[in-house]
Design a protein around this ligand. Structure first.
Ligand SMILES: *Cc1c(COP(=O)(O)O)cnc(C)c1O
Length: 411
């Protein structure tokens, strides 16, 4: 990365000099002069827009629409599962509660705000499904036009979302990576504004709002511990994130870095990336001690993190390396087991959503996390997105004749 700096109007996507992804730099001094943390955390806005002063976009409006409902997702305790893993303090932030049921709404909401600011008429994105559904949904909320390129193999529920939200849907007979490159060409050709993950610097800015919420939530948890006479853990919060392109983990890291730069957070959380064994280009680079991402031929049941060439690999490696974190790989079987483990707590995750929890199970076994460590796992997407995979995680329901005798026989 060449460290060249540009003004907002000078660049739209990646660095013209070296092609790297761009980081948005905030004016930390001005923010610090104008705001105290309490000015944000006391806001009544129950969405990611409560953090508007830390976002590089103006207020997009859209009151009373789903655009105003992205983010601000609940955190659940995983007490019963934690005990089984020999852990004490484990929580899950459930991103399936976003308006289109995945973490991607955060990025799409902020990209839509940017599109409105620059007067873009059409927004386009490549997607394995969720980014497209999120863009289609956020655009629909405010009457903006969306074009989505997705691989033909995307799960039907995700394609249904795209169509129902009224986007122009183009299914590509190829991989996500091919759809990605095609989208960039189409955007240039037709003058569309391109949301592609990582390529558009505003996606990470949207995703960082997950970290801002974690910061606000964890403050309350620690206050609660003090009130209960418990000593808050000395260990930093450990956050588990599933990783495909690497933009969520990079965005989470960026959010924490912003808070550190403002002096609003004492301790940088430890960020652990979890990849599917069959789609682990970033874990490969992390373990090799480099930032050079070598493409692979991805294969995993977790379609949302099935990526040949991760588009935010460098920053994704750094998110773990610069926070004392690491990368963990899990098999498709372990991902399915994670879906089955979370379900009985009332949490329904798609494979890529359950991947972070599968990583925690492995990390606990390997001693990467210790009993008293405070741990937050992200569920990035809803199980309703891919019921085919969900059915593989559980045994089939029993079918009987409609008689009481038959009921007795099976009980
Ligand atoms: C996109 C996505 C991810 C991974 O995010 P990246 O930025 O590609 O690393 C994980 N889980 C779900 C459900 C997703 O949709």
């Amino acid at each position: 990365m060449c460290k060249t700096e540009y003004l907002p109007g000078q660049v739209t996507y990646t660095c013209p000099r070296d092609g790297g992804n761009l980081d948005v730099e905030l004016d930390y001094d001005t923010i610090r002069q104008k705001f105290q943390p309490g000015d944000l955390t006391s806001r009544s806005e129950g969405s990611l827009w409560r953090y508007l002063p830390l976002l590089p976009v103006p207020d997009p409006g859209g009151e009373g629409t789903p655009l105003r409902a992205a983010g601000w997702t609940p955190v659940f305790t995983l007490k019963r599962l934690a005990e089984k893993l020999g852990l004490e303090r484990v929580w899950l932030k459930d991103e399936s509660r976003n308006p289109t049921a995945s973490f991607k709404d955060r990025a799409s909401a902020v990209v839509v705000a940017r599109a409105r600011e620059i007067g873009a008429e059409v927004i386009v994105t490549a997607s394995t499904g969720n980014a497209g559904a999120a863009l289609a949904g956020m655009c629909a909320a405010v009457g903006q036009k969306a074009v989505i390129f997705a691989p033909k193999s995307a799960p039907p529920a995700k394609v249904a979302q795209l169509l129902v939200f009224g986007a122009k849907v183009i299914l590509v007979d190829g991989t996500y990576d091919e759809a990605f490159d095609l989208t960039i060409q189409a955007a240039q050709e037709f003058g569309w504004y391109c949301r592609n993950t990582g390529y558009n610097p505003f996606t990470a800015e949207g995703k960082k709002t997950g970290a801002l919420e974690i910061w606000e939530w964890y403050h309350q948890i620690k206050d609660g511990m003090v009130k209960n006479g418990e000593a808050p853990s000395e260990a930093p919060l450990t956050v588990f994130v599933s990783v495909g392109d690497g933009n969520i983990i990079a965005g989470i890291h960026k959010g924490f870095k912003d808070l550190m730069a403002l002096g609003w957070m004492e301790k940088m959380p430890r960020i652990i990336g979890v990849q599917a064994e069959g789609s682990a280009a970033i874990a490969n680079a992390f373990e090799a001690g480099t930032e050079k991402i070598i493409p692979i031929s991805a294969q995993t049941i977790a379609d949302s993190i099935s990526v040949d060439l991760p588009r935010d690999g460098v920053r994704a490696v750094r998110a773990a390396r610069e926070t004392g974190g690491t990368y963990i790989r899990v098999s498709d079987d372990e991902i399915l087991q994670a879906i089955a483990a979370l379900g009985p707590l009332g949490i329904f995750a798609e494979p890529a959503g359950a991947t972070a929890y599968a990583g925690l199970v492995k990390a606990a076994k390997q001693g990467v996390v210790k009993a008293g460590d405070p741990i937050l796992v992200l569920n990035t997407g809803s199980g309703l997105k891919d019921v085919g995979a969900a059915m593989k995680a559980v045994s089939a329901a029993l079918v009987i004749e409609p008689t009481l005798e038959a009921v007795k026989r099976i009980l």
